[in-house]
Ligand binder design. Sequence first.
Ligand code: KG4
Ligand code: ZN
Length: 334
Amino acid sequence: MIVLGIESSCDDAAAAVIETNRPGVAIVRANAIAGQDDIHRPYGGVVPELASRNHILTIEPVVQRALAVAGCQLSDIDGIAVTRGPGLVGSLLVGLMYAKGLSQATGIPLVGVNHLEGHLLAPLLENELTMPYLALVVSGGHTALFEVQAFGRYRRLGATRDDAAGEAFDKVAKLMGLGYPGGKIIDELARRGNPKRIRLPRARVKRAPLDFSFSGLKTAVALFLRSEGAPSTSESDLAASFQEAVVDMLVRPTIAAARELDAETIVLTGGVAANSRLRERLSAAAAADGRRLVAPSFKYCTDNAAMIAIAGSYRLLRGEADPLSIDAQANLPL
Ligand code: KG4
Ligand code: ZN
């Protein structure tokens, strides 16, 4: 079966073509993406109206590019998988309406996919994993722990109560005047800094040990920047101290959840999974506990359509399809 995946939930318009004959086992034939970092950079964050307007311009070319790279015609496609939520509703609508139009015009079956399910199944694009496994999804929009029990069966163990981890990276980079998106910049700066230089809080959520909270840390950095000590502190020390606090707050609940489930495999996914310190610390903590850390390649950690295609294909393989009346849903639950 050849599946076309389409994703436009935030600021990336993406299309991918995968080949699959068994749930969770796929060959990626094309994985195209049209990013918008340059468009949102002046604002230090994603501007929803600009995101959806630009998706309108790029969705058709990005799908055509994926088909061309895969060496496919539309007539070769057996199913379409498209993100229907959660995300920015204006952004979601562009990909969803485009996919519905394709399906209506060609008769190719369509399935709507939850974006988070895409992140959770992304490691299967490169690895054979046995379920259940534990997954930490950390991106600009999400920070959550899930038990992936089977295709279509996911249990949320904990999530952020306020900011997502990537959002904290981006906001702190903005406070420090470093540019956008901030995660990668802070990661690189932090390599030269001392993570113990500035004492920053590590929040814990009362009676919810698997939940996260990052807004207090962001405020602590803002207050520090206004304090007397700030001018004498190097940027790299502040970046390293902030990053270490985020990593501590991600590693502790993840290891606690892994012990609770006695999970053999921990999956780390989402844009923040690119963070070098997080990868290093989580993989050491997992190994010390006799567990294995699996993190997809960066192109499958960040938003992409290959993960949407693989998440939709187990339903398409069963012969399922969604009606063309499916809606985009900003807060679509998993
Ligand atoms: O998954 P993604 O591409 O989009 C969302 O669904 O949000 O994630 C983007 C987020 C941004 O907040 C970005 O700053 C963060 O991932 N990020 C990083 C790194 N690379 C990207 N955060 C920390 N360290 C990095 N190396
Ligand atoms: Zn995402």
